[in-house]
Ligand binder design. Structure first.
Ligand SMILES: [Zn+2]
Length: 265
């Protein structure tokens, strides 16, 4: 059972405390062409350096308002060029809106997905894959049919832990997984440990961080170049983990994901 390593390209402005959530955000931000922050740039450098230390596949989930900044477009194009056989790009929404937190909005979600997908096809080219990650993990059953209709084959938004079950806005995680399956979208739920979250912020929230790092250290080897299509096969057991580009800015830009050491080249 290989591991699918995914990295979300959120910048500081995308955090739910700033925008995209009905109660957690201070402003109703809908996307701007702000430049990448210094923290993001530091994280980006660390991320690329880390990419050079292993030979696994990584899918980068991009928030497409960032593609309104030509500098970020160049950074992305250079990264895709440098790791053309194993760096792919998926969709993380256009403005990082927490869709399920706002209630059902099929038309709004569809409009966003069309715009976001078009930008990704234009800027990521052949590195683009029709894979979706809901911003902040806010996913609900009604989103499944829209994803399928817009050509998406894989969704990786479900953090199947009781601790964050409110994010499905009244639905159970099993309802989301069932809706995806019925719509024809493969759900790649995130790794958990003892039913607790171990990805993204959980890597840094004590004491959850201890459990999270322990779980990452036991993950199987990363998928290798040429094998990414396995994530589209609903019968292929795959471990899915994720962190953020911004995480690579931690420890003065030296942080790396706590994957098993023998994985390094
Ligand atoms: Zn995000």
């Amino acid at each position: 059972m290989p591991t699918w390593m995914t990295v979300d390209a959120d910048d500081l402005r995308h955090l739910p405390k700033h925008q995209g959530h009905p109660t957690r955000s201070t402003t109703d931000y809908t996307g701007t062409s702000e430049k990448a922050s210094p923290s993001f740039r530091l994280g980006w450098s660390g991320f690329l350096r880390w990419m050079g230390t292993h030979d696994g596949i990584v899918t980068l989930f991009v928030i497409t308002d960032a593609l309104e900044d030509t500098t970020f477009c160049e950074m992305l194009a250079e990264a895709i060029d440098a790791f053309s056989d194993r760096l792919t790009v998926g969709c993380h929404g256009h403005s990082h809106r927490s869709w399920s937190a706002w209630g059902e909005d099929v038309d709004g979600f569809r409009t966003m997905l069309i715009r976001s997908t078009e930008l990704l096809r234009r800027h990521a080219g052949t590195a683009f894959r029709p894979y979706f990650r809901a911003p902040n993990g806010y996913v609900a059953p009604w989103m499944a049919a829209v994803l399928f209709e817009q050509g998406y084959k894989v969704d990786t938004s479900v953090n199947p832990s009781w601790l964050v079950k409110a994010k499905a806005n009244g639905a159970a995680w099993s309802d989301v997984i069932k809706a995806m399956s019925e719509a024809g979208v493969v759900e790649r739920a995130w790794l958990t440990q003892l039913t607790l979250p171990v990805n993204g912020p959980a890597l840094f929230r004590f004491p959850l961080s201890l459990i999270a790092r322990g779980a990452w250290r036991k993950t199987p080897p990363l998928l290798k170049a040429g094998h990414l299509g396995e994530v589209e096969n609903p019968h292929a057991p795959i471990t899915t983990v994720y962190c953020h580009v911004l995480d690579f800015a931690r420890d003065n830009g030296t942080w790396t994901p706590p994957l098993p050491r023998h994985r390094a080249k």
